[in-house]
Design a binder for this molecule. Structure first.
Ligand code: ZN
Ligand code: ZN
Length: 174
């Protein structure tokens, strides 16, 4: 029982950590797929909750979930049941955090409990949909500050890279 709970929590923690720092934040800084699909305005619940057959939505969803699957393989020997529960909870959270698109409002008690457990509510996740610099951590809120710092570093890298390429371009210009 303890192993199952530990495996489920570790799966969600490590999956969100890897997904946020290896895909979500870098994709916002260097990419365009996630912004074009997941942050496109006025889409319906099925679109945001990756219940759409749109190929771009599916690719973005698969890339986001890939870290969870990698962590599943590592945690499988600890508890297959825990891995199954963790994946199910992760999938449930994807659907739940997009219910704002259905005009649902999270009950105050649930918001309070999520605050105690550092779990992202639909309202908090919607802040990220409206402002891509805010509210990182798809499942856990404690990834927000480190994600913002990671974003600043990656933006600096992007800025430096552009300077380098423009200097090189200028040097190569006769
Ligand atoms: Zn979202
Ligand atoms: Zn995003």
């Amino acid at each position: 029982m303890i192993e199952a709970i530990a495996a489920a929590w570790l799966l969600l923690f490590a999956g969100d950590l890897l997904s946020t720092f290896c895909y979500h934040v870098p994709e916002h800084v260097f990419g365009s797929l996630h912004i074009r699909t997941h942050h496109s305005p006025n889409k319906n619940f099925r679109h945001y909750a990756v219940l759409s057959s749109n190929s771009f939505v599916l690719v973005d969803g698969v890339l986001g979930v890939l870290p969870y699957l990698l962590v599943s393989v590592i945690l499988w020997p600890l508890s297959p049941v825990g891995v199954g529960v963790g994946l199910a909870l992760g999938q449930f959270h994807v659907w739940w955090r997009h219910t704002t698109a259905l005009n649902w409002r999270t009950p105050q008690l649930v918001t309070f409990l999520c605050g105690l457990l550092f779990v992202t509510t639909p309202e908090r996740h919607w802040l990220h949909h409206k402002n891509t610099s805010l509210a990182y951590g798809d499942i856990f809120t404690f990834f927000e500050r480190p994600a913002e710092a990671w974003m600043r570093i990656l933006r600096l890298v992007r800025y430096r890279y552009k300077i380098t390429t423009s200097v090189r371009a200028a040097q190569n210009t006769p």
